[in-house]
Design a protein around this ligand. Structure first.
Ligand code: AMP
Length: 281
């Protein structure tokens, strides 16, 4: 496994690697790796990609400075996991490498409503940061395949829309959410939960599963009410619970409104923010 910390080192290597006509599979991460990240890497390895994983905690996508400050950093353990997974290249750039000048300009992509709902409302500026870092990393790595988790449903939808507008083809491979045995979606932030919060956290997915089982019988308005009530009663502070069209992310009024529907939730336990979703249709 090769580890590069600068763009120029990585570029030099990729120029040489190009001679072998590899298909590059790319897994961008913010580190503190867990089985969720590793499942993306496994998919890339199964596809026989030349697998490149980046670890970069992107400061400009954090709308909350405290969240950035305490974001877990476990570089040594991450590298050991990546080595064991037979990743070909790890890219570990500094902020200066990713943003050499303050005004990284990117093409004028169109996202319609995708960036305006859910996370877009509750984390102002977050997706601007995500779009910028993804454009920059993709321009450096130039992969053929990009692996992203469905856990961040809105993020992968937005990046999927961006890829449709890129000047070179990159195929997005959305990967299923990996969960702990009690159903909690794996997340680097889970390590920040207190033992008591960790016990409560699986309720989030339990309620989403309940929503799925009742979505055809109970009117969506009523379900929303119920979810908010149950989460609040369990100790969560709810940012949003939305039932949306998977393509447009626009909220639907009824189960018949769209061919494919996903329920998305974001809620706090203490000051730790958790997100999750479930495909309803
Ligand atoms: P992050 O390090 O949180 O930026 O995540 C890097 C990538 O891993 C993103 O595409 C995430 O959606 C994905 N990911 C994070 N958690 C999970 C999970 N539990 N299951 C599957 N993919 C995940």
């Amino acid at each position: 496994m090769l580890v590069f910390r600068t763009v120029s080192e990585l570029n030099t290597h990729l120029e040489k690697a190009k001679l072998f006509d590899y298909t590059i599979g790319f897994i961008p991460t913010m580190g503190a790796l867990h089985e969720g990240h590793m499942s993306l890497i496994k998919s890339s390895k199964i596809n026989k990609d030349y697998t490149i994983c980046s670890i970069f905690v992107n400061p400009i996508q954090f709308n909350n400075p405290l969240d950035l400050e305490r974001y877990p950093k476990t570089e040594e353990a991450d590298l050991a996991l990546l080595e064991a997974a037979k990743v070909d290249v790890v890219f570990l750039p500094s902020v200066q490498e990713v943003y050499p000048s303050n005004d990284l300009s990117i093409p004028n992509f169109h996202f319609g409503q995708l960036t305006q709902v859910m996370e877009g409302v509750f984390r102002p500026g977050h997706f601007d940061g995500v779009i910028k870092v993804m454009y920059r990393l993709l321009s450096i790595v130039k992969p053929k395949r990009l692996y992203m988790g469905l856990k961040d449903f809105q993020q992968q939808a937005i990046i999927g829309r961006m890829l449709e507008q890129m000047e070179y083809p990159i195929h997005l491979i959305p990967c299923e959410t990996t969960r702990d045995i009690d159903g909690l979606a794996l997340s680097s932030r889970n390590s920040l939960l207190t033992p008591a919060q960790r016990k409560v956290a699986p309720i989030l997915y339990k309620i989403l599963k309940e929503v799925k089982s009742r979505a055809k019988q109970v009117p969506l308005g009523e379900l929303k009410h119920l979810v908010n009530f149950k989460l609040t009663a369990s100790g969560f502070k709810v940012d949003y619970f939305e039932v949306v069209n998977t393509q447009t992310l626009i909220p639907v009024q009824s189960f018949e409104d769209a061919p494919s529907i996903v329920a998305c939730v974001a809620a706090y336990l203490g000051d730790i923010r958790l997100i999750d979703n479930i495909l309803l249709k």
